[in-house]
Design a protein around this ligand. Structure first.
Ligand code: ARG
Length: 300
């Protein structure tokens, strides 16, 4: 009999309850081009977008997520991409301030929703696209820049949330938001785990990622190109593009359960699973997630 040393991949995966905000793609179409995926001359099918989005919502409900919805606004075809609507941690919201004029009205629309939901709202002074570029993990916030979010907003977020913000430079126009190139798989402090596309980052940012996350999953160009990395993880289940099959296999190897969803219609707008999902991290959810790890001393 051979005794095998415990594999570092054997980390226990635990699902933590999530609350998310979504926006029905009632008005989704492609009328302008602000990323390389968008082609205003190519036809879109709004009914198909709605049907695919409903599948995603039902997937979340099936996993026990609480799904909240913001009313879609006519004339804002990208409003379905709720991740860009802001950043919420411990019931504190930092609003988005969009880079392109076409999306600017979405900032106040999401801000008003946060206010009505009783969150403590900080209105952005600096250009940022919410969770498109800000991804909290452990005690820090990973923050993309290069295409949409200004570096000045990284400092603004650090001040509002009192957390270290780790700047990551994006260099490929198809991966214009951090959440198209990197997925947070496990956010628990001390067990941080991510997946990313190495080629989407500058040399310096890639070194930073390799230093911080030595056991990260490096995803193939093929899986990234179907927006596999535009994914949502509850710590066990990873909801991602159905077509990202290589990534699914990597996830299984690391103890996760991949769940493939077809959002190809929304990919015509340059978005996927994560883009359609804004996480509402409440102080209460955070505490229960910490309890599940058995960690102590986090009570406040
Ligand atoms: N058409 C949208 C834009 O270019 C897509 C946003 C995708 N959202 C995201 N979180 N990556 O702004």
């Amino acid at each position: 009999m051979t005794i095998t040393a415990p594999s570092p991949r054997a980390t226990e995966r635990i699902a933590a309850a999530m609350t998310v905000l979504m926006c029905r793609p009632t008005h989704f179409t492609v009328t302008y081009r602000i990323n390389p995926w968008m082609d205003p001359d190519a036809p879109t099918d709004t009914d198909r977008a709605v049907a695919q989005w409903e599948q995603l919502r039902e997937t979340y409900r099936g996993l026990g997520f609480a799904v909240r919805e913001i009313a879609p606004i006519e004339g804002l075809p990208d409003m379905v991409f709720a991740a860009n609507g802001g950043l919420v941690i411990d019931d504190v919201a930092y609003t988005a301030s969009f880079h392109f004029p076409q999306r600017q009205p979405e900032g106040p629309a999401y801000g008003a929703w946060f206010e009505a939901a009783g969150l403590k709202v900080n209105r952005a002074q600096c250009v940022n696209e919410g969770e498109g570029d800000f991804l909290p993990i452990g005690d820090v916030i990973l923050a993309g820049h290069g295409f949409r979010t200004d570096r000045a907003s990284h400092r603004e977020a650090a001040r509002i949330f009192g957390r270290e913000v780790v700047a990551l430079e994006l260099v490929r126009p198809e991966y214009y938001h951090l959440d198209t190139a990197l997925t947070i798989l496990d956010r628990r402090p001390g067990r941080e785990h991510v997946a990313y596309l190495p080629g989407a980052f500058s040399e310096a940012s890639l070194s930073e990622l390799r230093l911080r996350f030595p056991d990260a999953i490096e995803v193939s160009e093929e899986d990234a190109a179907v927006f596999g990395l535009n994914a949502v993880s509850d710590g066990l289940h990873v909801i991602t593009a159905a077509a990202a099959t290589g990534f699914h296999a990597q996830l299984r190897e690391h103890g996760y359960t991949p769940i493939g969803v077809d959002l190809t219609e929304l990919l015509l707008g340059g978005g996927g699973v994560k883009c359609c999902t804004l996480e509402l991290r409440s102080a209460v959810d955070q505490r229960s997630a910490v309890d599940q790890t058995g960690a102590t001393g986090k009570e406040s």
